[in-house]
Design a protein around this ligand. Structure first.
Ligand SMILES: NC(=O)c1ccc[n+]([C@@H]2O[C@H](COP(=O)([O-])OP(=O)(O)OC[C@H]3O[C@@H](n4cnc5c(N)ncnc54)[C@H](OP(=O)(O)O)[C@@H]3O)[C@@H](O)[C@H]2O)c1
Length: 351
């Protein structure tokens, strides 16, 4: 299920209502290269501004220029744009955006994922390697796909490609009140989890049972009490999908290690995000006392071919409405103000 809120323009006209035709730019450079409106970052720490930007030229037979219809403003895109992502090369200027939906020259509607690049998806036209794209059924709404593919893949790929996943296993989602964490509950359910435990904080904790959690753990409050709650709810868990890292992850590892009855049964800890800290003071005892295996899931640790192999099924589930991701489409001309919006809806930029 995908909710779309605050759509710009008159209601009822689908995605056309937010395509921005008001941005006027020169059409070519002096050298004849096509220019299109794009979100351009010229300094780390400052949001992008809409500027004319040259359309990148295809460099191989497999590359084409697509008309971009929708791309998601994911946390990963923010960290690309502020230079803090671990893949950042520090090069400027850059056009942010890592994935999106667009129309290829042969008329097909495609979802695509870009490699690490400074020429991202937040432009009216960009270059795409067809091998890193899938064809979407004609008539697919680009907004839900652009909003949901990134948060869905974070847990889907982790379970399918980074753990020896078996249906019936139990899953703890650490950071389940976030956008990707909430979706992870439904993904774990869809992939056959036996028990799903959602740990998070704030008012969104109440939503988790409706999204697939059998149990919830409140991460707010006194750390010793939080540790007790984690230990009581999740000591025998098989897989942890960790969106937080930092102190909360280290404390949860220690809590599970203290309370686990079957110490030799593996608990596979998948580091997916790091909203609570880029480093975690993991206690040595937690690693020695139980069969705790820590891995990561992300760009680099998941081979591109594995990621691409999962895309068609994920796209089909998203368009079927299996997962709830609330999306807020905005025209490219509003990208600078949209950057400041830290609301819960996933912003989708419509170039
Ligand atoms: N590896 C991948 O494939 C992949 C894919 C997608 C996302 N990610 C990563 O996953 C992470 C989460 O993404 P998201 O879209 O879910 O982000 P989000 O929507 O911003 O959610 C973050 C959640 O974490 C909570 N939180 C922050 N600090 C916390 C703390 N100290 N203790 C407990 N909860 C805390 C926030 O609560 P408050 O609202 O109360 O602050 C919020 O509920 C990001 O680091 C993102 O880059 C990775």
């Amino acid at each position: 299920m995908v909710g779309i809120t605050n759509q710009s323009g008159p209601p009822g006209r689908g995605t056309e209502t937010v395509v921005d035709t008001t941005v006027q730019v020169p059409t070519t450079t002096d050298a004849g290269t096509e220019l299109v409106p794009a979100a351009v970052v010229t300094a780390f720490g400052r949001p992008p501004e809409v500027r004319p930007f040259p359309v990148p030229a295809p460099r191989a037979d497999t590359e084409v220029v697509v008309d971009v219809l929708a791309d998601g403003l994911h946390p990963r895109v923010r960290s690309q744009a502020d230079g803090s992502h671990y893949t950042s090369s520090g090069s400027l200027p850059l056009v942010p955006g890592i994935d999106g939906v667009g129309r290829a020259p042969d008329g097909t509607l495609r979802y695509f994922v870009l490699p690490e690049t400074t020429l991202g998806t937040m432009a009216r036209r960009t270059v795409v390697d067809l091998r890193r794209s899938i064809v979407l059924p004609e008539g697919t709404d680009p907004v839900p796909v652009a909003a949901a593919m990134n948060p869905v893949l974070s847990s889907w790929v982790a379970l399918r490609r980074r753990v020896a996943w078996r249906a019936g296993q139990s899953v703890l989602v650490l950071g389940a009140t976030g956008n990707a964490g909430r979706v992870a509950l439904g993904v774990a359910r869809r992939l056959g989890a036996g028990t799903v435990i959602g740990a998070g904080r704030g008012p969104r904790l109440e939503l988790l049972p409706g999204l697939g959690a059998d149990r919830t753990v409140d991460l707010a409050g006194d750390p010793a009490e939080v540790a007790d709650r984690i230990g009581a709810a999740a000591a025998e868990v098989d897989v942890v999908l960790d969106y937080l890292w930092g102190e909360p992850a280290a404390a949860a590892m220690a809590a599970i290690a203290r309370r686990r009855v079957d110490e030799a049964r593996p608990v596979r800890w998948v580091a997916i995000g790091s909203v609570a800290g880029s480093t975690a003071p993991v206690p040595s005892a937690a690693l020695r006392a139980v069969a705790l295996e820590v891995v990561g899931s992300g760009q680099g640790s998941v081979p591109t071919c594995d990621l691409l192999a999962e895309l068609p099924e994920m796209a089909a589930e998203i368009t079927a409405g299996t997962f709830r991701v609330d999306a807020r489409p905005v025209p490219l001309s509003e990208v600078t103000t949209a950057w400041a919006d830290r609301g819960t809806d996933r912003i989708v930029v419509m170039p």
